[in-house]
Design a protein around this ligand. Sequence first.
Ligand SMILES: Nc1ncnc2c1ncn2[C@@H]1O[C@H](COP(=O)(O)OP(=O)(O)OP(=O)(O)O)[C@@H](O)[C@H]1O
Ligand SMILES: Cc1ncc(C[n+]2csc(CCO)c2C)c(N)n1
Length: 255
Amino acid sequence: MSNSNSSLKSRWNVEFLRGHGTGRQLALIILNQPFSELLLSNLWKAAQWHCCADGGANRLYDTFQRDEDRKNYLPNLIKGDLDSIRPEVRRFYERQEVNVIEDDDQNSTDLMKCVHALQEKEVNESSAQYHIILLGGLSGRLDHTVHTLSYLHKLRKIREQVFAVTDENIGWVLDRGEHEIQIDHDLLGKTCGLLPVGIDQTILSTSGFRWNLTNQMSSFEGLMSTSNHLVRGENLVWVETSQPIWWTVELKHLH
Ligand SMILES: Nc1ncnc2c1ncn2[C@@H]1O[C@H](COP(=O)(O)OP(=O)(O)OP(=O)(O)O)[C@@H](O)[C@H]1O
Ligand SMILES: Cc1ncc(C[n+]2csc(CCO)c2C)c(N)n1
């Protein structure tokens, strides 16, 4: 999986949902949202750096019943204002020598604090950028959900690939330009959307969908491609957009 600058076409695949590496180092940021054990374990396996945003640590802890199992899933970092992590959860991870960092800044969210921590790590280690998977953040509290939409929209300027994943959906921002998205029909459901949020309007062209667009203007006030379908037999979709948009597709339940 890589953003190929040479062809100016971004190529995307989501095989990390199966627990597969994708070539680039992956960072998993666990938010305070429900998720299945199978989704967690696949993403955990695919990622090289694991971080919990505050109450995300409760979700990780509660995924397992036994401390022996919890000890196989120790994050590299727990960070946030730490007003949501339960005391016994904090105690457990601190005893396992997990780095727990309290950051009381009241102008940035726990999600932002975790992304900043990753950026510091990359600078300190002079490493290439990780691709980022947020576990959660697409549903639940509307202010948090819109924050996720806004934050990934902004991050596109400084980060290469940032995904948000829940048991129901995966989504990310397609920056202006051309995109080829690999479609694994065993992982992805058919329903999808191309969402012009955070922009005035965009000109969209697509192929591989049930309902395609050609140089069509799309905006929040006007046409939005929601409830579109992937087509069985097409293993790739193509999207060209003149402005950044959110792309989402429903997920099949993992088994
Ligand atoms: N109900 C929710 N819906 C969507 N995302 C959520 C929700 N609750 C938490 N999150 C995500 O998980 C992160 C950690 O959440 P937590 O509950 O620990 O803190 P919070 O006090 O709600 O959030 P923050 O301190 O970031 O404002 C949040 O920054 C947000 O990205
Ligand atoms: C205009 C404005 N609105 C809301 C907040 C509150 N806020 C935003 S991020 C955050 C941290 C939560 O851990 C808090 C409390 C603010 N600071 N400024």
